[in-house]
Design a protein around this ligand. Sequence first.
Ligand code: ADP
Length: 948
Amino acid sequence: MEEIELLKKQIEQEQEVRRKTQVLLQEKTMHLALVEEQLRNLNASLERQIEEGNAALKQSENRYQQLVESLKDIVYKISPEGFFTFVNPVVEQVLGYKENEIIGKHFTELVLPEYREALTGFYWNMMKEKQGSTYTEFPAMAKDSRVVWIGQSVHLLKKDNRTVELSAVARDITDKKNTEDILRTTEGRLTALITNLQKAVLVEDENRKVILVNQLFCDFFGISATPDTLIGTNSFESLEQIKFSFEDPESFMSRMTELINNQKIVVEEKITAVDGRILERDYIPIFQEGVYRGNLWEYADITQRHLSAENIRKSEEKYRKIMDNMELGLLEVDNDQRIVRAYDRFCKMIGYSEEELVGKIAPELFISKDYESILNAEQEKRTQGRGSSYEMKLIRKDGSPLWAIISGTPIIDEDGKTVGSIGLHYDITERKQLEQELKQAKQIAEDASHAEKQFLANMSHEIRTPLNAIIGMTHLLFDTRPSQQQKEYLDILKTTADFLYGLISNLLDMAKIEDGRVEVKKKSFDLIGVLRTTQQIFKIKLDNRPIKLNLMIDGQIEGNYIGDDLLLNQILLNIVGNAEKFTEEGTIEIAVKVKKEEGENIWLEFKVSDTGIGIPTEKLDLIFQKFEQVTLDGNKHRGTGLGLAITKQLVELQGGSISVKSIEGQGSTFSFILPFQKTPEGINTIKKDITAEGLKVTRILVAEDNAMNQKYISNLLNKWNFPFIIAPDGKKAVELAQKQVFDIILMDIQMPNMDGYEATINIRNTDNPNKKTPIIALTASALVDQKNRAMAVGMNDFISKPFTPNHLLGTIQEYLNAQKTSDKEVITNTNGKIELNRAFLNELYGDDKEYAADMFQTFLLEVIPDFSILKDLINNQNWDTLAKVVHKLKPTLAMVGLPALEKEMLDFEEKIGVSPDKEVLGLIWNDIFADITQCIPIIESELAKLRT
Ligand code: ADP
């Protein structure tokens, strides 16, 4: 119970605490409400107070703000530490920052880096020196990085003698700054210009007070003061100082006054200084907006320029004098040929005065019309900047011609452009006239000489026609076994005719050489053979006379040489002929030796010495001249005096030289040196002997009206077994040519009814089987004209009468071979079938089947077996015989319609001659032989056809 009691008590106690706590809480709550009430009251009063204060503040702030914002200037404040505390909205217009972006920033952030230090220093200084307000300029950086120049007034705001703030009014001064810059540079440039000007400059105002002067001015006139100290002084003072620098001080001063009074620009006035300097003065009055404001004086020292101009003038003078003395006329023209300047000498040459010339177009005034194109060509060169010399015909004022050699040079300006040209004229009128006279004289001489030659040719023509017959007949008479008596007469006849022939030949030779018609024809020939032949000929000639004829040949000389054997032969005949003529007894010696060798080239020296009458020393120089005969002993030595002149020319024509040594009464030695070329080792060309043998001739047509000539030719052709027909005139020849094929036609030129030219034209151009037959002209005239004409009408060659039997035979042979080999048709047709050359056969045999059959049969029976021996000859390397056999067999192939094979044989023959080689020749021959063998059945069947 006690426990319960205790518990009750405990509860009662707890209830008591709870009650008490409740009361306390009530009390506290009440108190709090009171405090709250009090606080609320206080707050209300405070709020009221603030509201009142705020209103007042706002009022003043508004006013201030309006003021600030009405300005275009930035107004800002920064703390002494440099942070922005205030800025007005203008900042946005100037720098692009909003106010709130600026507040709190350090001022340096807005300043260009390189000015930050300076500006900081400036503020520091301001604070340190306690300056109330200052002005400063600096470049600021706008938000978009533009540089904005700021000019600002800064004020210190102090409280208790302590800086509390800096306030500033700042303005954008960029434009002003830029203008300042420009002004500064211009000013700088001007100053630099004036100071560096190579002229002395003085600028004075209207009261003659010095505004500007440069150092050069002081230097020029020896003024010791510096330009700076002169500025502001009266320029009269300086002038008084400098006037004595001039030769005439008073007129210098008075001229100046005069200039100032006139107020007109006067430049390049020359004044001579006492020390010899030459000055050039410019006076320029200065006007500003129409009002006279002063003067600009410039002085330049032109002594040097003046001197060089003087020098140029002097040298020009000098050259003009030289040119005048040299008789050179000088003319200057522009690009349009307009005369710019004409010098004295030229004026004298052409006859016009300088005034008449200048401004005129040169070619219009005095260039001969026919020279305009030359002038234009020259002018073209000039525009390309090239100079040149040329000859020109000008017309003088009086109409007479002025011939001049002109040396033209382009005139080129500083830019390299041609602005005209200058021509030096050298008068060659006299020379030109002389030249023309000479030309005329030469023409007359040439005409005369031509007439002489024509006469000579005509005369020889007249003489040669009968002479031809005489010589020809003599030859034939010797063949008719004359009696001893007759033979003697014949000898005389022959000697006389030969002399006459020689004379005419010499004359014609000389004419030919002088006309340049003699050509050196080089070919490989047997030198020793030529020498031996000469020896043989003269041995026969010397017959029983007590003269030995020796031939001495240098051991080094052997084989063939390349040169003109015909000319060599003629030279030898002339010289040995003379030795024979002028030697009674003793020895004639022909000696040949190698004089010089150089690679392929070899020079041989020929010496012909005799023990004859010799030549007087004083005549030695003469004997090589035309028509010079030293030994004038009547009829004993007959000659023309042309032999040695011709000989010398023939030697020199070949690049050789000739000389003579002689002792009168003892003998003479003629030496000549000629160049030759060596032939490669082993070459031994086949000597093509002129023989009628092996030459198969079907028929020859001879057109000749002269009975004697007819006889001469007939006898020769009969002797060679050549069938022929004679036509007594051109007309008959044409008729015959229409009927049958000829191997060759020998055609006289002068014939009755129809001459040789006409007949040839007829044969060449009408339908007949001889259109292509070789036609050889036979004529007594050796004139080139006739030869050309013969060729022009279609003849193939030309034999001038009198011809030797060999000459005629050689020509016939040459043309028969050429004709056959010229046909290059292959033996097979396009199908590879062997075919005979029908055209060729037709030409050979025409309708004469019997003759053709005869030829074909002969070929098969007699010629074919001969081909088989060639193989052995090749194997035995019997080259000489091989060449001979091939040469003989070759033409037979053409006779059976195989001209292509004949050509192969010809090539083969040439190979044997040039480089005989067993292997090579063996192979070639095999080919040819195979071809021939292939052809046999075809020839056989052709023969069968011909027989039916
Ligand atoms: P020509 O036809 O008269 O002989 P050349 O011109 O051949 O004329 O010779 C001219 C002259 O030179 C001869 O007339 C002769 O006087 C002289 N002459 C030429 N060769 C000899 C020689 N071997 N001996 C003596 N005199 C010679």
